[in-house]
Design a protein around this ligand. Structure first.
Ligand code: BEZ
Ligand code: FE
Length: 291
């Protein structure tokens, strides 16, 4: 069956899978579904050849933009709601564990290791609001978990992440903290401001093609990890932020929204934010943030 027409092309291509080389069941499952949906998409939209070539050119341009500081394909996946859906498929919430959400493209490995309560503010801005963040990391039985690593990162009060901004010191607003013997963590940072994801180049083209905007509500990123628990990649969101109901990357979950409140004198900051995390036990899991 090698002669194709519009009716048999999908079956012909699927029949080629594994014909001249061993493939796993998972490879077969993924490729058969990809071919089925791709052909269905082409037929449904009656895709024209010049549009196919434009898509190839677009993907080539997106690939050329990728470097150590920019992963364009994560951005495109975020704009399409793909990363958040993959994350929900990968980390379904089955019990009382905290919800995960997208990693995004701005995580940097090996942030500075800081003592509990330390500040990750390395540059000050006129519009900044300092915040004492604290809370407990618990297991599903409600016990505080000691020795949990928390990698945190956020944008500066100018709405830009340190690694995209030559005017910020290296690792500004990034740090790695650990819970104490009671499972308690604390650190000082700033109130995150809403910001636009990079909307120049191909990410911006996609947003404009969709008629969507680039803005994200104010949020702080976390990777919460300890061996024996499922690593939690998540964000906490400012309940009073713009764009909370219309995130450009669809990453907001109700359970991840919290309220910034006035700080008490002992906090030494403008604001106070409390948020507890619950980790799911998972035997044999590596603590990814601590590698
Ligand atoms: C972020 O929150 O850092 C982010 C997430 C998805 C796309 C772009 C940025
Ligand atoms: Fe972010």
């Amino acid at each position: 069956m090698g002669i194709v027409n519009q009716d048999n092309i999908t079956d012909v291509v699927i029949a080629s899978l594994g014909k001249h080389g061993d493939i796993t069941g998972r490879q077969r499952e993924i490729m058969a579904a990809l071919i089925t949906h791709l052909h269905g998409f082409i037929k449904e939209t009656r895709l024209q050849h010049h549009e196919f070539l434009a898509a190839c050119d677009y993907l080539a341009r997106a690939g050329k933009l990728c470097n150590d500081n920019r992963q364009e394909f994560i951005l495109l996946g975020d704009i399409l709601g793909a990363e958040v859906l993959v994350d929900m498929m990968t980390n379904p919430v089955a019990g009382g564990e905290s919800e995960s959400t997208v990693l995004g493209p701005f995580y940097r490995e090996n942030p500075p290791v800081m003592p509990k309560g330390g500040s990750i503010i390395l540059k000050h801005y006129d519009n900044e609001e300092t915040v004492y963040y604290e809370g407990y990391v618990r297991d599903e039985a409600g016990r505080g978990v000691p020795g949990v690593t928390l990698d945190v990162w956020e944008d500066a009060p100018n709405g830009v992440y340190e690694n995209l901004d030559p005017d910020q010191p290296e690792y500004n607003l990034r740090g790695r903290f650990e819970t104490d013997e009671n499972g308690h963590y604390a650190f000082v940072a700033v109130r995150p401001v809403p910001y636009p994801i990079p909307d120049d180049e191909t990410a911006g083209e996609l947003l404009r093609f969709m008629g969507h905007h680039p803005n994200r509500p104010g949020h702080v990123h976390f990777i919460v990890a300890k061996e024996g628990f499922r690593p939690l990649i998540s964000q906490i969101f400012d309940a009073d932020s713009a764009w909370l109901d219309d995130d450009s990357v669809f990453a907001v979950k109700e359970s991840l929204i919290g309220k910034f409140r006035p700080a008490r004198p002992e906090h030494g900051t403008d604001l106070h934010f409390e948020f507890d995390f619950v980790l799911k036990e998972a035997a044999g899991t590596q603590a990814i943030a601590a590698e």
